[in-house]
Design a protein around this ligand. Structure first.
Ligand SMILES: [Zn+2]
Length: 390
């Protein structure tokens, strides 16, 4: 009996020992696989696929002007536009989350000769500026790109930690890398060395546009967005309005007319305001700019901001308003399942190119050149506007 009692005790001890060893191994393994236990939500994106594309970088570089809408490498919506003219480069916004820094850096660095000439930060929302608002300056795209000039929002209500990181990094980029930093308002007013019209090439300028929310309180952070327009040879125009919403768009149109005596010109390209939201791309502005090509930077059909399908980017009302002017609508990324962090390229990285002698622009996409209206997603999720029906 005594012998059996000892064996039973040993068995219980061994059982507990093995259990503890198993739990420890599991915890250590899990820490190892998840990068030391840091919670990095973007890493859940195991089912993601982003088209690498087959771009001929040298051919794109040979164009007088190329404008790139870059995929962000995660399930989140966000803006990143890159403009190249000869040896001049402009990065307009970058990143939605930490996992966007590497894809953006790898893509853009193929096109950057020496320093990155201009970084424009449209407004203090994570899906536009988080790449510049890292807790360590060394990790920011300011530092990685060795940038020469920064133009950022003139107004903000932001008070977050991310905003404080951004402001610290802005100080660092001036101190450490001698970058010149200007607000959009300084540019518009040609103050303190800033320029309203920045020469990118012999016949190509980048003009910082004005709207009232550079100086007034806005109903939403989106309305503080820095707006700009590329002018090629006074013949072709390309418009970028960040996440500006309806009231801001009205001010943009009215202030341009007040200052120039003429309306904003018709544009070859319009980066869809606020990712194709129902609250931007108002009729008031579209009736003036009459865009010929529209690129939407979003993860289409994602429930990130709303469960209401019609209001998920690109929204039905945005499509209805845009359809009056053009069928040429492209979208960067497609959401498969937001909760599972599953996404893939829609058109993928989109490049819009223009030589001055070309009629209009040419568009090349990394994944496919299918127009939004002809895509499976559109057919399954959106009603066809009458102007796209034919
Ligand atoms: Zn946004």
């Amino acid at each position: 009996m005594a012998k059996r009692k000892v064996n039973k005790g040993l068995a219980v001890f061994c059982g507990i020992f093995c259990f503890i060893v198993g739990v420890c191994a599991g915890v250590i393994g899990n820490l190892y696989l998840n990068g030391g236990g840091y919670y990095i939500p973007e890493k859940e994106a195991s089912s993601a696929s982003v088209a690498a594309g087959n771009f001929n970088v040298e051919e794109i570089k040979s164009k007088e002007l190329s404008i790139h809408f870059i995929e962000l490498g995660n399930k989140y919506t966000g803006d990143c536009t890159f403009i190249k003219v000869g040896d001049k480069e402009v990065l307009n916004d970058a990143r939605s989350r930490a996992s966007s820094i590497t894809p953006i850096y790898e893509y853009v660095s193929k096109y950057v000769d020496g320093k990155l000439d201009y970084i424009i930060v449209t407004h203090a929302h994570r899906d536009h500026y988080a790449g510049f608002a890292t807790s360590k300056y060394e990790d920011s795209l300011f530092k990685k790109f060795d940038c020469e000039n920064v133009i950022y929002f003139s107004n903000t209500d932001a008070t977050s930690n991310m905003y404080n990181y951004f402001m610290n990094n802005l100080e660092e980029v001036q101190k450490e890398d001698n970058a010149k930093v200007y607000t959009a308002l300084e540019c518009y007013n040609n103050q303190n060395g800033a320029e309203r019209e920045i020469a990118l090439g012999a016949n190509i300028t980048l003009e910082i546009l004005y709207h009232k929310y550079y100086v007034e309180d806005a109903p939403s952070e989106n309305d503080y967005s820095v707006c700009c327009m590329v002018n090629q040879n006074d013949e072709k125009y390309f418009l970028f309005t960040g996440d500006l919403e309806e009231e801001g768009e009205k001010s943009l149109v009215d202030e341009y007319k007040k200052a120039n005596g003429v309306d904003l010109p018709q544009v070859e390209l319009y980066k869809a305001g606020h990712h194709g939201s129902k609250t931007s791309s108002s009729e008031y502005m579209l009736n003036v700019i009459k865009p010929k090509v529209v690129c939407v930077c979003c993860c289409a059909g994602s429930s990130e901001y709303t469960q209401t399908k019609d209001n998920q980017f690109p929204t039905q009302s945005f499509i209805d308003r845009i359809a009056v002017h053009t069928k040429n609508v492209y979208v960067t990324t497609l959401c498969i399942d937001y909760k599972k962090a599953s996404y893939e390229s829609f058109n993928g990285n989109i490049v819009v190119m223009s030589n001055k002698e070309d009629e209009g622009v040419s568009v090349a996409c990394a994944n496919n050149n299918t127009l939004l209206k002809d895509s499976e997603w559109f057919k399954n999720n959106r009603k066809t506007p009458s102007s796209w029906a034919s």
